[in-house]
Ligand binder design. Structure first.
Ligand SMILES: O=P(O)(O)O[C@@H]1[C@@H](OP(=O)(O)O)[C@H](OP(=O)(O)O)[C@H](O)[C@H](OP(=O)(O)O)[C@H]1OP(=O)(O)O
Ligand SMILES: Nc1ncnc2c1ncn2[C@@H]1O[C@H](COP(=O)(O)OP(=O)(O)OP(=O)(O)O)[C@@H](O)[C@H]1O
Length: 405
């Protein structure tokens, strides 16, 4: 365990007026830097959230040490676990900065005044933290002002599962899972039978220009939390109107996705890490807990590093690993099923010279935190719930959607 006084956190002069609420997920809230300090320009602050009714008593020194350990581990996890799995060039570096309490309180005030999504209101910034995380921003790139009519556009795609599970351990009564993908079935649980999205991640991952274009069309019609568009650093809902020449942009986005190697690799690694499927891995989890091979506490960074090394050493073959290894691989797959891909086009409409040439872009994945071992029972239950709801709405196998890899 690190102690907070052993790890040098960057100490930077932080002024809440230089930070603008940007967006948030379930666990983190992002603030973009809009000041002039060259050390911070182009960086984004990712703050931990806590329940809105949690008290804000100062945390004990032990809690600070644990927080620091968790942040250092998360940075290692991104660089040394996720990086080797999907390609290090897609993983953003992090900086850890000392958090002045007053600064966090001021940002919390700014968040309260910002336009936050209503469904995120149950959480707020955790002002008891001592350490801030900075990541390179995938939103507007700091630099010379854009010319008239030229904007920076960033697209965030939460791509979810890129494969159909094939494990022999899927129960016969759940065989719909081999045909209808997790996302499409999950819509039945999230929405009423007619309210769901037509988006199928397998189209997005397909590598086919027509199917990728169709996936983007479906996302545009029903973005849910799978598509977010930022224009000049600000999330916009009416992107069709706000992004100049939106149809050309969507085509460029499709071509970027087709040209870049990230999606095929993501789907392949997700699938290989999930070879047993939750239905096969859940019994392995229970056995590993019972035998002591897995402790009830969360895996340490050394466990994750070892799991990746073993996974890579198996080199393509899917069998023959221990229960502990199977569970850790499943959790790594879960990380890769929940990351977001961010694609930033700095200048749009682009000055791309040749017709059909791709605009200059940056691509990275975000939300690379390890998933919790403690969630295994919840993953098992959610799988059962998704299947049960889908079958309730589609009792006749002839009605089951056919998703194609
Ligand atoms: O289980 P899923 O597929 O619903 O994924 C959860 C996401 O729901 P989604 O279906 O994408 O709307 C969920 O997204 P939202 O909060 O619903 O936007 C989270 O990403 C959650 O991860 P965590 O608990 O924050 O680490 C995700 O949980 P994990 O399964 O990744 O642990
Ligand atoms: N480097 C980045 N550049 C721009 N925006 C970012 C960056 N990292 C994160 N974000 C934004 O902040 C949001 C929240 O970050 P992140 O996904 O890590 O948090 P989370 O709360 O764990 O998300 P989830 O609910 O998906 O689990 C992202 O969805 C994205 O919009």
């Amino acid at each position: 365990m690190y102690h907070s006084d052993e790890v040098p956190l960057e100490a930077l002069p932080l002024d809440a007026r230089d930070w603008r609420y940007s967006c948030e997920g379930n666990l983190k809230m992002a603030f973009a830097y809009c000041g002039v300090d060259a050390r911070l320009r182009g960086w984004l602050l990712l703050l931990d959230k806590c329940s809105a009714d949690a008290g804000s008593l100062p945390a004990a020194a032990a809690a600070h040490d644990a927080e620091l350990q968790q942040k250092l581990d998360a940075a290692q996890f991104a660089a040394r676990v996720v990086g080797p799995l999907i390609g290090s060039r897609y993983v953003l570096p992090r900086r850890l900065v000392r958090a002045p309490a007053r600064f966090l309180e001021q940002l919390s005030g700014a968040a309260a005044a910002a336009h936050r999504p209503a469904h995120r209101a149950s959480k707020q910034i955790d002002v008891g933290r001592q350490c801030l995380v900075l990541v390179p921003s995938m939103l507007a790139r700091a630099g010379p002002a854009h010319g008239p009519g030229v904007h920076s556009v960033t697209v965030e795609l939460k791509t979810k599962w890129g494969f159909l599970p094939r494990s022999a351990l899927i129960a016969p009564e759940n065989r719909v899972r081999r045909q209808t993908c997790r996302y499409c079935m999950h819509q039945s649980l999230k929405h009423d039978p007619r309210g769901g999205s037509a988006f199928c991640p397998l189209d997005l991952f397909s590598g086919s220009p027509e199917r990728v274009a169709h996936a983007l069309d479906c996302l545009e019609r029903s973005p849910q939390n799978n598509l977010r568009v930022f224009v000049d650093g600000v999330a916009v809902d009416d992107f069709g109107a706000r992004v100049p020449r939106w149809c050309d942009f969507r085509r460029a986005l499709r071509d970027i996705l087709l040209a870049d190697g990230l999606l095929p690799r993501l789907a392949r690694v997700q699938q290989r890490l999930d070879a047993l499927d939750i239905e096969g891995v859940y019994p392995a989890y229970r056995r590993a807990l019972a035998s002591g091979a897995l402790a009830a506490e969360e895996p340490a960074i050394a466990d994750w590093l070892q799991a990746v090394e073993q996974f890579q050493r198996r080199d393509g073959s899917d069998g023959g690993s221990s229960d502990k290894q199977a569970v850790l691989e499943f959790l790594l797959s879960t990380v890769l099923k929940d990351i977001s891909v961010m694609i930033a086009v700095g200048h749009w409409p682009s000055e791309a010279s040749a017709p059909g040439a791709l605009p200059e872009y940056r691509i990275a994945v975000v939300d690379t935190e390890p998933k919790k071992l403690a969630k295994m029972p919840a993953y098992h239950k959610l799988n059962q719930d998704i299947v049960a709801k889908y079958l309730e709405y589609h009792p006749d196998p002839a009605q089951w959607k056919v998703c194609h890899e």
